[in-house]
Design a protein around this ligand. Structure first.
Ligand code: 13P
Length: 251
């Protein structure tokens, strides 16, 4: 059975002190979450060590929000997979729409990053999603299908099986507008279908596909009840411990 995951993407928020306090609050509240739900938090790079110490031995796993497409060397400002893995990260978010949009990340670059992440023992949380114009033009299946094929189909089945996919419609991120459960489910089913065509049904049935975009305690239950939605990648609501835990309790 595929894993259920609720992951918090803290983005560029919180000071180290605030992040440590948030992590402590999450550890204190973690027992309220069903045992089969994997909790992950992805704070900024500067927080990984102190936050990692707080969550050590808890049910919460550590993730990074990005990694470099090289393993070391003269790449000023970048952080490489061995550095991230070396401080206890198990996951790395890759291909977030904010990275694609503001930092020009392409599918080719994401293939490089995903390969390095996997070689370094990290599980990528690979994000896809259409923007509002693409949705309004009825192109969401085309866009998301291309994003999946251009990156995941470059991997071997074994590599792909270690990835988590996150569907995050850009128009729902940070806007308060959530995709309806129906809209999310149909894209999740489509993604799983594409994966099944290429990698086989057994593999695609085992892959975790998360929903992200204005997911909050009030809508998580309906989203997570959908057969192809295996959890959430949470932004804003992940910055408040009670909200993040309430979302994870929605299962
Ligand atoms: P919000 O939950 O703030 O809409 O952000 C979603 C997201 O981008 C998570 O990666």
């Amino acid at each position: 059975m595929r894993k259920k995951i609720v992951a918090g993407n803290w983005k560029m928020n919180t000071t180290v002190a605030e992040g440590v306090a948030l992590a402590k609050a999450l550890v204190e509240a973690q027992n309220g979450v069903p045992a089969d739900v994997q909790l992950i938090i992805a704070p900024p790079f500067t927080h990984l060590v102190p936050v990692g110490e707080i969550i050590r031995g808890s049910r919460i796993a550590l993730g990074a929000q990005n990694c470099a497409n090289h393993t070391s060397g003269a790449y000023t400002g970048e952080v490489a997979v061995p550095m991230i893995a070396g401080v206890g990260c198990q996951y790395v978010i890759l291909g977030h729409s904010e990275r694609r949009q503001y930092y020009g990340e392409t599918s080719a670059l994401l293939v490089e990053k995903i390969r390095l992440a996997l070689e370094g023992g990290l599980r990528p949380i690979f994000c896809v999603g259409e923007n509002l114009d693409q949705r309004n033009a009825g192109r969401h299946f085309d866009v998301v299908g291309s994003q999946v094929r251009e990156v995941l189909f470059e991997l071997t089945a074994e590599e792909a099986s270690k990835c988590v996919v996150a569907y995050e419609p850009v128009w729902a991120i940070g806007t308060g507008v959530t995709a309806t459960a129906e809209q999310a489910q149909e894209i999740h089913a489509f993604i799983r279908g594409e994966l099944a065509k290429h990698f086989g049904k057994a593999l695609s049935d085992d892959m975790t596909i998360l929903y992200g975009g204005s997911c909050k305690p009030s809508n998580a239950k309906e989203l997570f009840a959908c057969p192809d939605i295996d959890g959430g990648l949470i932004g804003g609501a992940a910055l408040k411990a009670p909200d993040f835990i309430a979302i994870a309790q929605s299962y």
